[in-house]
Every structure is written in structure tokens, then in C-alpha cells.
Design a protein around this ligand. Sequence first.
Ligand code: GLY
Ligand code: MN
Ligand code: MN
Length: 441
Amino acid sequence: MKISAQEFARRRKALMALMEPGSIAIVPSAKMVVRSRDSEYSFRQDSDFFYLTGFDEPNAVLALLPGRDNGEVVMFCQDRDPAMEQWTGYRAGPEGACSTYGADDAFPIGDIDDILPGLLEGRQRVYYAMGKHADFDQQVMHWVNVIRSKVRSGAIPPGEFLDLDHYLHDMRLFKSAAEQKIMRRAGEISAAAHCRAMRFCQPGVFEYQLEAEILHEFAMAGARFPAYSSIVGAGKNACVLHYIDNRDQIKDGDLVLIDAGCEFNGYAADITRTFPANGRFSPEQKAIYDIVLAAQKAAIAETRPGNHWNQPHDATVRVITEGLVSLGILQGDVNELIASEAYRPFYMHRAGHWLGMDVHDVGDYKVGGEWRVLEEGMVTTVEPGIYINHDDQRVDPKWRGIGIRIEDDVVLTKDGCEVLTADVPKETADIEALMAEACVA
Ligand code: GLY
Ligand code: MN
Ligand code: MN
């Protein structure tokens, strides 16, 4: 279940078709990052670079030159080196970049300073994501200056720098059938991991032990890494939106919020579930939970082509505000409370974000100043929440310390949406049944 070489080639062609005539695009790979002295973080390829190449090595650069006679796709990469490969593993080398990854021409990365100025020369426009990689920015400027220094010999330096993200990220926003298949699998693996954590949970276990259950399920399914640091927060920790310390012991009566998703073949899943540590929701927990669940369902119902990006969010705001009024946590007229954003102390984030190769994926949310219209093939999360701080004096003590978020991933279909993460229960009765099953076993 991988993206085919043909699809990578189609992406490059599609991008080149959008580029202005006489232009070049330059896309660098990610770099290795030191974690401590000689030990490095696991390598994660830059999403833009991977989207266009499928090439998973550091120290590489892609140049796209639409219309170039000697080949439009040029790659620079690490040379083959048996001594280095003995230590750090196989390299494709320039030959592999052509034979396996579809480059028309490829060179050792060590030769880039000699070759790239020649490729830039005569190209009027350079598409490059300036400001993201400080060292590489300087290198690009150096190449341009090499050409500028030769103008008296007739060299023509580029006159314009353009943002590549605009075109590339709009392409990434729409997921192909192959991408959707991978994301469906990422959703299934992540759902199974949440079920596993729910089954394992009981008062007395530590947050990091639930994280370990999640990571085990990911890795056993071939998804070695999470798409982001897993959030496992029990009790008041559930009210900290991006709590990743995951170090406390879970108590009887706590709610446990887990926000975790795997990265599978380069694509992210992003699921949140909230469940009672002891397997039974208290009446107060259930009351708040059911409001969040109703808000989430209302938002999913609004996630369909033709609606604009904000409609699902607006639906969550209405349901949550009505719910907080019905419980007496907010008082007043619902429309006025929505207008004054009275819900914000309890619901302070948006209802979703694009999802894809990056967990907070690329793609504009507004176009021409207006919220974007939803279209088939987009993938978004739907994730409302209510968080009542443990020391919030405005609220009756019985509600304090309850933090709940429910998050699913959905792909826009022709006339609605498909939930990619439906395999993990979210009705309170279904969660309780799953946890009870585990106790019997
Ligand atoms: N896991 C981060 C988020 O839900 O946006
Ligand atoms: Mn999440
Ligand atoms: Mn999310």
C-alpha cells in the first residue's frame, strides 16, 4: 500500500504544468537532526520533498525545470559509498535516483555548487520556499550570486522568486485514491490502538503505560512512529490541550483523554477519545461527554462538498453553547452567548484542521478572504471539546476537572464524508461495553 512511481511522476508533471514558463523549482530534503551528541533523531523526510519524489534519504535536492531539453527532473543525492553504507545503510545514489525515483538526471550532492548555478542560469523565475531552511536559503542566494557575478559575460540571473507552497500545497490538499487508501489504513491502525488502550486501562496504571499500549499497536501494524507526540492525560491533565508529559498515575474516577494517531507510509491519522478510567462514566462526565459527542456529530453532518470550511466549526459552537446553557454552566440567550464567544473559556480551539502527510496539513483555509468551500478528496479532522479547569471558580465544583475531546478523521466524498476512524467506539455505552469486556477477559 504505497504511492506508485507513476503517481509521483504525475505529481511532478502537474506541478510543472502550473509553473510559469522559464522557471525552476528547488525543493530540499530534510536533514538529520542531532538528539544528543552522536545520537540522532530518526530521519523523517520533508513532506513536500517526499510528495514529489518518494525519496527517503537526507542530503538531497530536487530541481524541476519544465521544458528543459536534457530532462526536466534533476536530483542531487548522497553518492554510493560502501564504507558509509556499512554504518548507516543503503543509499540509492544518483543511479538509483534515476532508475527507481524517476529523475531524468541525477548528481552527487557534493557537486551541487558546480551544477546548480548552471541550471538556474537563463531561468527567469525561481520557485522556492524561502525562509524555511536558513542554511539552504544562503546556498540558494550563493548560486544566484554566482550567476550575477557573470552578467558581464552574458549570464542571465533569475529576476523573480516565487512561493512554491501556493501550488504544491493546494495539490497536497486533495488526496488521490491511493492516498485515501493509505489514510484509511492509518485510521484503522490508530483506532485499534485506542481500543487497546481502553481495554488495558484501569485505575492505578500510569499515563505512559497507556502510551506504550498505543505505540505497541502502531508498530506491530507497520506504523513505527506516531504522527505527533501522543497525548495521554488523566483527570485535570485532560484539560491541557497538548499535554505530552504522560507521567501521572491514573486514579479511580478520572476521565482519560488520549489524542494519538500513527503515521503510516507517510500519512497521519489523528484520533482523540475520552473514557472513564474505571470503565463507567459518572453522571456529570456523561452529561458533558454527550454534549461534545452531539457537537461532533453535528459537525460531521456539515462536512460535505459545497459547505464552507467554517460550517462544521459553527455547528460545534452552537451545540456546545446550547449544552452548556442546559447544564447551567453558561447562562443567557444562546445567540447572544455565541456572538460574545462566551463558550471560549471551555472550548478554545477550532473544530478541525486539514490532515495528510502532516498532522496539521498544508492547504489554505481561506481563499480570497472567504472560508474555503469543501470539496471531494479533502481530508479534515472533526474534534470539538469541552475543558473545565479544576480550579475554575465560576463553575459548580461538580463539573470541575472534566476535559473531553472527541476527534475523528473524515474524507470528503461526492455528497458527504466518510469517517476514516470509525472503528473505535465513541458512544458512552459502547465505550463502557468495550472496557467491561476487557475486565471479564
Ligand atoms: N493532535 C493534535 C491535534 O489534534 O490537532
Ligand atoms: Mn489530535
Ligand atoms: Mn487534530
